[in-house]
Ligand binder design. Structure first.
Ligand SMILES: Cc1cc2nc3c(=O)[nH]c(=O)nc-3n(C[C@H](O)[C@H](O)[C@H](O)COP(=O)(O)OP(=O)(O)OC[C@H]3O[C@@H](n4cnc5c(N)ncnc54)[C@H](O)[C@@H]3O)c2cc1C
Length: 602
């Protein structure tokens, strides 16, 4: 047994900041929110961004992107809504929010082009489109360009500050607290309005990649559910946590497949050489190779489960000119696949590309629907003065990059309008409240100084404490096996979910007190797992509540395999801090765009 190391904790320096607009997460939505807040609020407005990484390279855009998936190449904003509904097999979506984004999305893209984003053009000068709602970009520098919008707007940017909790006073949000992941300081930002856009949640389920490659997943691995967890803990109404995304992507590199499917017109083919989406009548009836995402995911799962895998995307039949351009397209977005092909002698014109299901992720702006519920199109949550955008906003999927930019701008306008409405003054706050928040923020570090006295094993791990990685492994195993992970091919039933609930509750209620962090890096990992566990609770309760299969491929319920008209609605929830229970309830769907919800309008 190693000798316990003595390390009395020094009280962290406290940094007090005041703002008119606090933005948590300087990503896609956050940077454009800062830009728009300056436009709408003028020079005097104090805009603060708290970013846990480094703003020029953080978030979903950090590896670059080669397409903007929301752009109106033809038709109207209403047609976009009809398309999103169709892509979710007619499920309820927040049409009001989608419309508000679609109306402005083209203007936002023009703004970004002016800011330096290279957008590919046709000979006639029009943007090069991929289908109706998508345009191609040379987006390797997408994040630095997006970040420049916030930097040039004069936002006060704090990099490497991990926000942990919101400050709620008299039911209103008045800022947030966090810690510096490098400097170890305690940051207290009081703000008249707070916007959360800290992305979605990766890493709830186990990664297919092991060891040092465990971060090689589809979703951005360092968005770990902070958006949702902070909103939930503040008492905000949440929505659609049963609508996770199961991404079918290139095997092992988990690079996007839209480049192959839409860009190359490469079909999914099974080991028998069958292009099942185009040949199997079940899929043909549902749209063939352009069937809704859910159906395409389900088809991949069924083929693999029936042992007709591996499933590939057949690039060998494609236009050789386009196939030759694949590498440069992926260098704009997911350079790892180009290295992978190089290392493994793969030539996509001669060899098809194998695809696989990545671990599920919880997102609100891509092909998933989870997030905070918002009032009308204000982006304000059920907590006053707390706003959300990007992946943090729920019920309105398929906004993607350009929609998240736009959504951030719209949130900023709403916040500035709220400021102009009255002379809002921040309440006096008892120092003891902030002291408590500080203790909670640094809790795992404090726990380590206590637990190390009780003894360490020879490898430096605690005899009577749990390190973040250990807790993350346990959480991911539970979610994988009992909450419809890839191991279960995304199938769940009430019994499995009951077991998941029991174990995740035990972790949250009795084991979190043993969570220890040996340094600031581990403190960050500790908060990642605290937040993820909070999101796991929402996912399990929402999945269990929706007693039907409305999102096949994503959540396949063996006990309720069909649609139930009773669930043609949103499932929302609120968490009770006293009982630690999540209460789910139904919220009616409001169809604004008329027409058959299971069909595209153009
Ligand atoms: C691999 C991948 C490929 C995609 N491909 C496309 C595509 O081709 N086309 C398209 O249009 N869309 C695509 N998308 C979707 C699009 O990128 C996202 O919908 C959008 O970027 C989400 O924006 P966001 O602002 O919510 O999140 P992000 O841009 O990820 O921003 C979140 C920010 O919050 C920070 N943060 C997280 N937690 C905290 C915390 N606790 N405190 C402080 N800061 C925090 C993060 O570091 C990050 O900077 C893709 C997404 C992924 C993951």
């Amino acid at each position: 047994m190693a000798e316990p190391v003595s390390s009395e904790r020094v009280k962290p320096e406290r940094i007090n900041i005041e703002a008119d607009v606090l933005i948590i997460g300087g990503g896609t939505a956050g940077c454009l929110a800062a830009y728009e807040a300056r436009q709408a609020g003028g020079e005097g407005l104090k805009i603060v961004i708290m970013e846990k990484a480094f703003i020029r390279n953080s978030g979903c855009l950090s590896a670059g992107m080669n397409a903007l998936n929301m752009y109106i190449n033809q038709g109207s904003p209403e047609d976009v809504v009809a398309y999103v509904r169709y892509d979710f097999c007619g499920a309820p979506v927040r049409e009001d929010i989608l419309l508000s984004v679609a109306v402005e999305v083209n203007e936002t893209v023009a703004l970004m082009e002016q800011a330096g984003l290279p957008i590919k053009k046709r000979e006639d000068g029009r943007y090069l489109n991929r289908g109706k709602w998508n345009i191609e970009v040379n987006g390797s520098q997408l994040k630095p360009i997006t970040a420049s919008m916030a930097i040039e707007a004069g936002a006060e940017i704090y990099n490497r500050v991990y926000m942990t909790d919101l400050i709620i006073v008299n039911g209103q949000c008045e800022g947030a607290v966090g810690f510096g992941v490098r400097d170890g300081k305690f940051y207290v930002c009081r703000s008249k309005n707070t916007l959360i856009c800290a992305g979605g949640a990766a890493g709830l389920w186990r990664s297919n990649s092991n060891g040092d490659a465990h971060h090689r997943i589809w979703y951005f691995p360092f968005n770990t559910g902070g958006s949702y967890a902070m909103c939930k803990r503040a008492g905000a109404q949440m929505t659609s946590f049963e609508v996770r995304i199961v991404p079918i992507r290139t095997k092992d590199t988990y690079s996007p497949t839209g480049t192959l499917a839409i860009g190359m017109n490469a079909p999914m083919v099974n080991a028998l050489g069958q292009s099942f989406m185009r040949e199997d009548p079940y899929y043909v009836e549902r749209g063939g190779h352009t069937a809704p995402t859910l159906i395409r995911v389900l088809a991949f799962e069924r083929e693999t489960l029936a042992h007709r895998g591996p499933v590939v995307m057949d690039t060998t039949q494609g236009d050789p000119y386009k196939v030759a351009g694949l590498k440069s397209q992926y260098l704009d977005m997911s350079p790892c696949i180009v290295l992978y092909w190089g290392c493994n002698d793969i030539d996509p014109s001669k060899e098809p590309i194998e695809v696989d299901a990545s671990d599920p992720a919880i997102v609100g702006a891509h092909a998933g629907m989870a997030g905070a519920w918002t009032k009308g199109t204000s982006r304000e949550t059920s907590i006053e003065r707390l706003y959300v955008s990007g992946d943090a906003l729920g019920g309105a999927p398929s906004r993607f990059i350009s929609g998240s930019w736009t959504c951030g701008r719209l949130a900023a306008r709403a916040m500035v309008a709220a400021l102009k409405d009255g002379d809002y003054q921040l309440a006096d706050l008892d120092e003891a409240v902030i002291d408590d928040m500080e203790n909670r923020t640094f809790g795992p570090l404090i726990a380590f100084t206590e637990k190390e006295k009780e003894g360490l094993w020879t490898d430096g791990t605690l005899m009577n404490g749990i390190l973040p990685k250990q807790m993350e492994d346990r959480m991911q195993k539970i979610m994988e096996e009992y909450c419809g992970g890839r191991k279960q091919w995304f199938y769940v039933n009430e019994t499995y979910l009951g077991i998941a609930r029991k174990h995740i509750q035990r972790m949250r209620r009795t084991q979190l007190q043993y969570l220890c962090a040996r340094d600031l890096h581990e403190l960050q990992l500790a908060w990642d797992v605290i937040n993820r566990l909070d999101v796991c609770q929402l996912v399990i309760e929402h999945m269990d509540y929706r007693k039907e299969t409305r999102f096949p491929g994503y959540v396949n319920r063996t006990d309720y395999p069909d649609l139930d008209p009773e669930f043609d609605c949103f499932v929302n929830s609120v968490w009770d801090p006293v009982t630690d229970e999540v209460t789910c309830f139904k919220v009616p769907y409001d169809q604004l765009v008329p027409g058959d919800r299971t069909k595209e309008s153009i």
